[in-house]
Structure formats: structure tokens, C-alpha cells
Design a protein around this ligand. Structure first.
Ligand code: PXP
Length: 244
């Protein structure tokens, strides 16, 4: 049996629902506290440049209330760097927000953006924040991430999650496998996420190189039907079953 696979629960879409009305309900901090009780190992939140889901006030409240490690997803901008340095989350995952920052597969263009990313990664690391880069399962991007000195990469599972034909699913899984192996051989801590569900998490959770999955949208949607605690517990069980 391989080491424990951490589950980071992304609470952004609790804020999306709240923001549809304004006001205070549902509260992403309450979701984060419930996620901790239900077996999450970390809380993930993406403070977007457009503040589409969580807000600066949510981030303040999360930092003040949760005991789990916070993984702040952020664009590689001076504004977000300043916010990260002020709050000092456990981890910061750099994600692309604009077209020019991403590869065709939707991950961060770690290779093409080297000169933008290098100083931001250095400042985050100097502040003791564990940096991860959200990249496509592409060997070239993995090598660029290693060259940038990022200790962690998160593999983008979106294309795998969205694939419909069996052959496409198999091809995306094969790419993820190769990337997980190659990243581990470069000494990178490997995470994965985007679009994961009860039905598609198994083959990802089974990859022994992975240390953490970050899952949000499906869990918040499923919470409508079963409640957030049971949805997280079922995801945890599906991950453990795949690892056993
Ligand atoms: N990982 C990263 C880097 C992300 O940007 C997201 C989406 O915010 C996720 C994981 C979670 O994806 P989903 O909400 O589809 O589970």
C-alpha cells in the first residue's frame, strides 16, 4: 500500500453560489470547516484577478479560521504575489488566468513564461510558501517546472476528465502516467486535479507517484444532493480504494 494520498478540497464554488445572490450564504469558511471534519487534508481556494468566486475578505476569514493547510491558487501577478506574501498560506499553486499564460492543453506555460515565473517563485519560496505549478502532463513543461525550482507540480486532469471516447480516456491516462513518472524522477512532488468525480478519480488516485489531489466543483455540486460531508467522505473512500 502506497503512502496516504492527500485530498485538498477546493471551496471556490461555495462562493460562486453565494455570489449569485450576494450576501453571506453559503459561507465558504463554513464549508472549509466541514471539509476538515469530513476528512479533507487541505483547503484550496483560487483568488482570481476578477474575484469571480472567493474574495479578499473570504481569504482573510479562511486564514483566520481554518486549521488545515491552505493551498492558495493564484495567477503569476504582482498583485497576487503581494497577497500571498501578506497571508503566507502553506502552499501557493500558480495557475494561468489569461490565454497567453497557458499551453494549448490549459496548463501553465512554465517553459514560455520562465522569466515571469522565476522571480515570483523565488519570492514565494523565500517566504516559506510551498510553490506548485499547475501544468499539462507534458514532459517539456515538467522539465521547465524543475528548472524553475518549483518543488511541486499539479498535473492538469481536465482533458482526462472531459474525454468521452474510451480511446481518448486511455490516451489521456497514459500521458498522465508518463508525466507522473517523469516528474517523480525529476524529484518533483506530484499533485493532480481538475474535473475529478467519483467515477473518474480511481485511475488517478491509483498512480503511486501522486501525493495530493485537489477537487472542488464536483464535490460542491454533489453536496446539493447528499451534503458536503458525505460527498467528501465518499471521495476519500474512492481514493483509498484505488490505492489499496
Ligand atoms: N486544481 C487546480 C489548479 C484548479 O485550478 C482547480 C479548479 O479551480 C482544481 C484543481 C479543481 O478542479 P475542479 O473544481 O474541477 O475539481
Amino acid at each position: 500500500m502506497s503512502h496516504h494520498l492527500r485530498l485538498g478540497v477546493n471551496i471556490d464554488h461555495v462562493a460562486t453560489i453565494r455570489n449569485a445572490r450576494g450576501g453571506l450564504h453559503p459561507d465558504p469558511v463554513r464549508a472549509a470547516l466541514l471539509a476538515a471534519e469530513a476528512g479533507a487534508d487541505g483547503i484550496t481556494a483560487h483568488l482570481r484577478e476578477d474575484r469571480r468566486h472567493i474574495t479578499d475578505a473570504d481569504l482573510d476569514a479562511l486564514i483566520g479560521s481554518i486549521s488545515l493547510p491552505l493551498n492558495l491558487e493564484m495567477a503569476a501577478t504582482d498583485e497576487m504575489l503581494g497577497i500571498a506574501l501578506k497571508h503566507r498560506p502553506h502552499a501557493a499553486c500558480i495557475v494561468p488566468e489569461r490565454r497567453a499564460e497557458r499551453t494549448t492543453e490549459g496548463g501553465l506555460d512554465a517553459a514560455g513564461q520562465h522569466n515571469t515565473l522565476a522571480p515570483i517563485i523565488a519570492r514565494l519560496q523565500d517566504a516559506g510558501i510551498r510553490v506548485s505549478l499547475f501544468i499539462a502532463p507534458d514532459l517539456h513543461q515538467l522539465e521547465a517546472a524543475a528548472k524553475l525550482g518549483a518543488p511541486v507540480v499539479e498535473l492538469h486532469t481536465g482533458p482526462y476528465s472531459h474525454a468521452l471516447a474510451d480511446a481518448d480516456v486511455a490516451a489521456e491516462l497514459a500521458r498522465l502516467h508518463r508525466a507522473a513518472e517523469h516528474g517523480a524522477s525529476l524529484g518533483l512532488e506530484m499533485h493532480a486535479g481538475h474535473g475529478l468525480t467519483f467515477d473518474n478519480v480511481g485511475p488517478i488516485a491509483a498512480m503511486p507517484q501522486l501525493a495530493e489531489l485537489n477537487i472542488g466543483h464536483f464535490l460542491i455540486g454533489e453536496a446539493v444532493f447528499t451534503g458536503l460531508g458525505p460527498a467528501i467522505a465518499r471521495m476519500r473512500a474512492a481514493m483509498d480504494a484505488a490505492r489499496a
